[in-house]
Design a protein around this ligand. Structure first.
Ligand SMILES: Cc1ncc(COP(=O)(O)O)c(C=O)c1O
Length: 424
């Protein structure tokens, strides 16, 4: 099947032609490109066209596509059997690497980031005997009911869901505050501290495009919930093992940490971790139920352990910082030359080019970005062989398989596309 045939066949099979919504390209308006295979920094469509990839599977592929040690580990594990429904040494291999790198007392492996955050919230509610959850506008933590909730503008409100099918009673237990606003957090706890079980946050926001946390906000997160007996849930599904080996290091007082993406080596994974006192509330020791037929799957744990072994000495992160900086500088120059209103936000290997004049500090300012301009940029880059995430509000990921050659080619394409867009 060629590209058009694959897309047409998928349309009749899957809602919107996809198994996860952003893949449909709806936010950029083009036709999705079906990917047949990946190699290093590149993906190839069904017709053999090659693209420099910055989707990186939305975060897991920190070593690029099909890194030999990870592929070999999966092959070896598959030959031994793909699932057992029993404790395996592979789980111990991955779990002990995560625990050693993060300092978490206990870890439980699950199948996705969504499962991790869902379980973390259940744990926090059980530990505190309270029901209300605080999240931040534009923060994405997976698709469980209570997390598909957004804010009223600016002021804290008890939420209404973004999604049909979420009971009002569930959405009403989620409060949404603006990101990077310590005063709003303080005010929330002053009024509702006694009912609030947990605050869930991405230490670096990656799902409204990349938005960096301000120090005062991080400090508020580390102090205010704890002072009111609530649990801080650090959603490190993107940030964990992305910027350095282990957690982001931005939050010191998280009671529960959620992981995913990188720790599975590109296979389906999630994990929660925390203190023994909290984590031992989970079944079978405690009253909080959580389970999974394929949790701790041997292919996943083999891939994850092989991936983490490649990252452990820190060299990959130093290289990613160089490559990320190179891309940021190149794009910033291209924007300046084209005299367009745009800005680049980056941390390490994660980056977003926003079509607004300065870096956003929350979802309200991120939403000021010109999405129709991003759509034109995306289409132009795709035409020149660069695969960007198909939404203004996603993060681009550079991998350690990228080299200066790919970054330079990307910057050159950006110069051409932005110049073309700047001309009336
Ligand atoms: C910060 C964050 N948390 C949770 C999730 C949910 O993870 P998953 O898609 O594996 O369910 C995501 C997914 O993008 C995420 O970015």
């Amino acid at each position: 099947m060629n590209n058009a045939e694959t897309v047409a066949a998928a349309r009749g099979l899957f809602p919107g032609g996809v198994n996860s919504p952003v893949r449909s390209f709806r936010s950029v308006g083009g036709r999705p490109v079906p990917i047949a295979r990946g190699e290093g920094p590149h993906v190839f469509d069904t017709e053999g066209n090659r693209y420099i990839d910055y989707i990186g599977a939305f975060g897991p592929l920190i070593l690029g596509h099909a890194p030999a040690p990870v592929v070999e580990a999966i092959r070896r594990a598959a030959g031994e059997g793909t699932a057992f429904g029993a404790l395996t040494p592979g789980e111990v291999e991955l779990g002990s690497r995560i625990a050693a790198a993060t300092g978490l007392d206990r870890v439980r492996l699950v199948n996705s980031g969504t499962e991790a955050t869902m379980t973390a919230i259940r744990l926090a509610r059980a530990a505190t005997g309270r029901d209300v959850l605080v999240k931040f506008d534009g923060g994405y933590h997976g698709h469980s009911d209570g997390l598909l909730v957004k804010a009223g503008s600016g002021v804290a409100t008890l939420g209404l869901s973004d999604s049909a099918g979420v009971p009002g009673a569930v959405a009403a237990l989620t409060a949404v505050l603006p990101y990077n606003d310590p005063d709003a957090l303080e005010a929330w706890f002053a009024a509702h501290g006694a009912e609030t079980a947990a605050v869930i946050v991405e230490p670096v926001a990656g799902n409204m495009g990349l938005v960096l946390p301000e120090p005062a906000f991080l400090h508020a997160l580390d102090t205010i919930p704890q002072a009111h007996g609530a649990v801080l849930i650090a959603d490190e599904v993107i940030t964990g093992f992305r910027f350095r080996y282990g957690l982001s290091g931005l939050l010191q007082n998280a009671g529960v940490v959620c992981l995913g993406k990188v720790i599975g080596g590109g296979l389906p994974v999630g994990a929660i971790g925390g203190t023994a006192a909290l984590m031992d509330l989970l079944a079978p020791l405690g009253p909080v139920y959580q389970a999974g037929t394929l949790s701790g799957n041997p292919l996943v744990t083999a891939a994850g352990a092989a991936m983490l072994d490649q990252l452990a000495d820190g060299a990959v992160y130093r290289r990613l910082e160089e490559l990320g900086r190179h891309l940021e500088n190149g794009l910033t120059t291209a924007i300046r030359r084209a005299e367009l209103e745009a800005s680049v936000v980056r941390r390490g290997s994660a980056l977003t080019l926003f079509f607004r004049s300065g870096p956003p500090r929350d979802y309200a300012t991120a939403r000021e970005a010109a999405t129709e301009v991003f759509a034109r940029f995306h289409a132009g880059m795709l035409e020149r062989g660069v695969m960007l995430p198909p939404s203004q509000f996603e993060t681009w990921f550079v991998s350690a398989a990228h080299t200066e050659r790919e970054i330079d080619a990307t910057v050159e394409a950006a110069h051409a596309v932005l110049r073309g867009m700047a001309q009336p």
